[in-house]
Design a protein around this ligand. Structure first.
Ligand code: FE2
Ligand code: FE2
Length: 316
C-alpha cells in the first residue's frame, strides 16, 4: 500500500488503521470522553498511564472500564502507589520505598480489575488489530536517574535494575511480530538532552536526557533485528515546562520509528473543552500522527498534524 497524504477518517479502511493515544490523564476524564471514544472508529486505544490526579487511580479506572473499543494501558509512576510510596520514590528513600511497596502487587491487581476490559500491561506482548505487535514496556517508569519501584518490580517480574529490564524488553522484542508498536510510560533515551526535548528534564535541566536507557536498548534491538517499529508512544514528561511554561517538542523520528509524547496535562480545559488525544494513522508502513482536541459536546475542535512523518521500508 502506497503512502497516503490523506488523513484517514476511519479506524480501518483500505489498509489504513487509526489508533488513539491517550496521554497522562491525571484525573481529567469523564463520561463524555468515554462516550466520544465509544462512538469513534479507532482500531484500538492506547493509554500511557498516570490515571491518578496524584495517587489513587481507581476512580478514573472505573470510568475507563465502560470503554467498548479495544484498549491497552501501562501503569504510570502515579498508579497503584500510595502517597508515601511516591514520596519515597521522588526522594530516593530506598528503605521507605521498600516498606511502602508492600501491597503494591495487590494495588496493581485492583487497578487491573477496575479497568475491566482495558488490558493493563507491563513487560508484556499483545497483538493489536491487523497483527501489529504491542510491546508494553517497564511499568511505573519514572526516569533514568534511579531504578524506581525496584522492590515491586523485582518481586513481580524478577527485574531489579536497568540491565535486567533491558534484557527482559529485548527478549520480548525477539518474540514480537515483524511490525510492532511500543507502549511505555516514560520515553526512551536518545531523543535530546535539552529541557524541550521530547523526554528532556525540565524540572532540572542539568539532568539532560531523562529518557530511559532500557527502553532505548529495546528499540535498538527491534531495529537491529529488522523489525518495523512503527511507533513508540509514551508520556510522563508533561508538555509544558514546569519552570516557565514553554512548550516541549512532542514528536520525533529517527528515520525508522515515530516517537510520540502524549502527556498533554491537563488534557482538557477547566470548562471541559479542548480534550486532547493523539490519532496515530498507520497506512501500510507509513505512519502519521495528529493531536486531536475534542469539545465537551463531543465534536472535534481542532486537529494539529504532528510532524515529522516517517516512511518505513516495506516489512519483509
Ligand atoms: Fe504524568
Ligand atoms: Fe508519570
Amino acid at each position: 500500500m502506497g503512502r497516503s497524504n490523506q488523513r484517514a477518517t476511519t479506524g480501518n479502511h483500505g489498509g489504513s488503521m487509526k489508533f488513539a493515544i491517550i496521554g497522562d490523564i491525571h484525573g481529567f476524564w469523564d463520561a463524555r470522553d468515554t462516550a466520544y471514544f465509544n462512538r469513534s472508529d479507532y482500531a484500538a486505544l492506547l493509554f500511557v498511564g498516570d490515571f491518578a490526579p496524584w495517587t489513587g487511580s481507581l476512580r478514573v479506572a472505573r470510568m475507563l472500564s465502560a470503554l467498548t473499543r479495544p484498549a491497552w494501558a501501562i501503569p504510570g509512576n502515579h498508579d497503584a502507589v500510595t502517597r508515601l510510596q511516591l514520596y519515597a520514590a521522588i526522594r530516593h528513600r530506598r528503605l521507605l520505598g521498600e516498606l511502602t511497596a508492600i501491597g503494591m502487587g495487590r494495588r496493581v491487581r485492583q487497578l487491573a480489575a477496575a479497568l475491566g476490559p482495558v488490558r493493563l500491561g507491563g513487560f508484556s506482548l499483545d497483538t493489536l488489530p491487523d497483527g501489529i505487535g504491542l510491546l508494553t514496556a517497564r511499568p511505573h517508569a519514572m526516569g533514568p536517574d534511579y531504578f524506581y519501584y525496584r522492590s515491586y518490580l523485582k518481586r513481580r517480574f524478577g527485574v531489579g535494575d536497568f540491565t535486567a529490564s533491558a534484557a527482559r524488553l529485548q527478549a520480548l522484542v525477539e518474540l514480537a511480530p515483524r511490525r510492532l508498536i511500543i507502549l511505555a510510560h516514560n520515553g526512551p533515551a536518545g531523543l535530546g538532552n535539552t529541557p524541550d526535548a521530547p523526554f528532556g528534564s525540565d524540572f532540572n535541566p542539568a539532568w539532560g536526557d531523562f529518557g530511559d536507557p532500557d527502553l532505548r536498548g529495546a528499540i535498538a534491538c527491534a531495529h537491529a533485528s529488522g523489525r518495523t517499529l512503527l511507533a513508540v508512544v509514551a508520556g510522563h514528561m508533561h508538555h509544558r515546562n514546569r519552570k516557565h511554561g514553554a512548550a516541549r517538542t512532542t514528536v520525533a523520528c529517527d528515520g525508522k520509528t515515530l516517537y510520540l509524547n502524549a502527556a498533554y496535562v491537563p488534557r482538557m480545559r477547566r470548562d471541559g473543552s479542548h480534550r486532547h488525544h493523539i490519532a496515530l494513522t498507520i497506512d501500510g508502513n507509513s505512519v502519521t500522527a495528529e493531536a486531536v482536541f475534542v469539545g465537551s459536546d463531543g465534536g472535534v475542535q481542532a486537529r494539529e498534524p504532528l510532524e515529522p512523518r516517517t516512511q518505513h521500508d516495506p516489512a519483509p
